[in-house]
Structure formats: C-alpha cells, structure tokens
Design a protein around this ligand. Structure first.
Ligand code: PBG
Length: 335
C-alpha cells in the first residue's frame, strides 16, 4: 500500500486516544457546576417534604427546606435555581389570579431565598398552569381554546410580581405570542431594568413533561389533554429559529430549547444562528428515564447522566436546567 501524508498510517486517530494526558489535551468540551440550573418544586407548610412517584430522588419541599437546599446548591457552585410552585388545589381558578398574588407561594419562596442566599440567581416560571383549574398555561375560552392576548396580560402581572419579590430572572414557559415584548415593557416601566428574561423560545409539545405535571399537580386537571395549540410541533426545526428571533427582538436576554436530548439539533442550530446565551431543559421525562434505568442496574446512572449533560454542552448549550444539578455538582466536586 502506498503511503501518503494525511492517510493511514501517517494519520492514526488512535494515537491521541492512547493516553489520559493526550485525551485530556484534546478534549473540546467540559461540564462544570457553572453550567447548571437547578429546578425545584416548592410547597406550602413548614418542614414538609413529599416524594414525587415518577421522579425518584426529587421532592416537593416547603420554603424553609428550600432555603437550606438553596444554600447547599450555592456552596456547590451552582449559579441559579428555578422555582416551581405546587399550588394547593383550592387556590386554583379559571382566571389563575393566584399567579400574581404578591404573597403567593412562588413570591414568598423568592423572597426567602434571596434574603438567605443573595448571590444565588433565582429564576421564576411565568405561565399559568400551576394556577388554572384546567391545568393549561393560559386562559381558556368557552370552547377550550387558549386565548393569547388575555393570557399575555395575565403573564405581565405575574412576571412583575416575581420581579417585585426579587426574582433575578423571569422565565416565560407559556409559548403565547408577544409575551416577551409585553413583559419587557412592564418591567422597564416599573424600573426593573436588570431583570433578565429567559425565554422558553423553542418549547415543544412534548410527552417528556409527564412527570413534571405530576410533580406540580397539573396532570390530573389538564383539560383538553395536550398543549398543541401553543407549544411547538416536534417535527419542526426552522420554526424554532423563527421563535428565537422574535423573542430576542422583543427583549429576551437568554433563550431556551426544551426538552433536551431529543432536540440537540435545535440547540446547535440556534446557537450557531444567534450566538445568544442558549439554555436547554433536561426535562422531567429525561430524568425519569435515566433514574429508572439506573435504579434497575441497567445503566451506570452517574456515567450516563454526565454523558447526557456533556452532550448538551457539545451541542452548544451555555447552561442546562436539570433535576440532577445538585447531584452532578456533588459528583464534580467529590468525584
Ligand atoms: C409549564 C411547564 C412545564 C415544564 C416547565 N414549565 C410543563 C408543560 O409545559 O406542560 C416542564 C418541565 C419538565 O418536564 O421537567 N409551564
């Protein structure tokens, strides 16, 4: 066989893979605690914890326990948490008024965490599903259709109440049209110039959200059974770029793709096209799959989780929302 530069055996890809030192030297991506955002479920009461059946290892916790957990997350180097309230059934209404109650669970949780751990970033979810009696993210007309503009004005009230409670970042996850611009306007008008908006820009109508809906108790209520009239069709990719373009124009500081693993092509396209801070949500169903397989001894949980999250970094994500955040930060710190 003739020998040409650039060809085997001049080039042997395995040379660099032979030793740990050269593998480390050519490593392109790394996962650190700085990449993690920890979603947490908060409930009423004191010293309360509740397991979530479909998410072993994840709990709903009362605000006092959340404050402790938040401090631990901060000490592990996690930059931010994302708070999801579990609204008591009796506080849910058709119009979701509880969403902008200044003394609502989310607002109280934000104040408590910011008072105790001021340097930890606090992100809130802006959407109506934990507060509507029907479990949809917006307000519903008599035919069950989710009304866009009426919902957007409710969301601006909710986002403002979060900013007033001290949230550093508001994260609209509702997929209504025009909500980023309206929220940005209201924040500016009230002097919240530095409240960041993390837009769930490319949020797909995914079946991987099942365990989350159990966790916040919106699954049983979910009238209509799906969110197809506002969340994106999993078949689409160009549409995700269009959504991101609009959200950035309207004033988003950060954009998100959701779910994670089945949508990393979208993460890559969005990062390449816009070069904006880009996040990905490793959602509840993805957590449940890794956890279940790990608990059964079918996969090495730690290795698979770290690989899944590294894959998100490699795809172009600047950060990852994951229920594994605290666990991963511990693994990274203590091995
Ligand atoms: C609702 C919301 C959902 C998630 C975050 N915010 C569920 C949904 O849209 O039905 C899902 C998160 C997860 O599955 O981990 N606004």
């Amino acid at each position: 066989m003739a020998i040409y530069p650039g060809m085997f055996p001049y080039t042997r890809m395995r040379r660099m893979r032979r030793d740990d030192f050269s593998r480390r030297l050519m490593r392109e991506n790394v996962l650190t605690a700085n990449d993690l955002i920890w979603p947490v479920f908060v409930m009423e009461g004191e010293n309360q914890r509740e397991a979530i059946a479909s998410m072993p290892g994840v709990e709903r916790i009362s605000i006092d326990l959340l404050v402790k957990e938040a401090r631990e997350a901060f000490d592990l180097g996690i930059p931010a948490i994302a708070i999801f309230p579990v609204t008591p059934q009796e506080a849910k209404t058709d119009k979701a008024e509880e969403a902008w109650n200044p003394d609502g669970l989310a607002q109280r949780a934000v104040r408590a965490v910011k008072a105790a751990v001021p340097a930890l970033g606090v992100i809130t979810d802006v959407a109506l599903d934990p507060f509507t009696s029907h479990g949809q993210d917006g307000l519903m007309d008599e035919n069950g259709y989710i009304l866009n503009d009426e919902t957007v004005s409710a969301l601006t009230k909710q986002a403002l109440s979060h900013a007033e409670a001290g949230a550093d970042v508001v994260a609209p996850s509702d997929m209504m049209d025009g909500r980023i611009g309206e929220i940005r306007d209201v924040l500016e008008q009230h002097g919240h110039l530095n409240t960041r908006i993390l837009a769930y820009s490319a949020k797909y109508a995914s079946s991987f959200y099942g365990p989350f809906r159990d966790a916040v108790g919106s699954a049983a209520n979910l009238k209509g059974g799906n969110k197809y009239s506002y969340q994106m069709d999993p078949a689409n990719s160009d549409e995700a770029l269009w959504e991101v373009a609009l959200d950035l124009q309207e004033g988003a500081d950060m954009v998100m793709i959701k779910p994670g693993m089945p949508y990393l092509d979208i993460v890559r396209r969005i990062k390449e096209e816009f070069k904006a801070p880009t996040y990905v949500y490793h959602v509840s169903g993805e957590y449940a799959m890794l956890k279940a397989a790990g608990m059964n001894g079918w996969i090495n949980e730690k290795a698979c989780v770290l690989e899944a999250l590294l894959g998100m970094k490699r795809a172009g994500a600047d950060g990852i929302l994951t229920y594994y955040a605290k666990q991963v930060a511990e693994w990274l710190k203590h091995g």
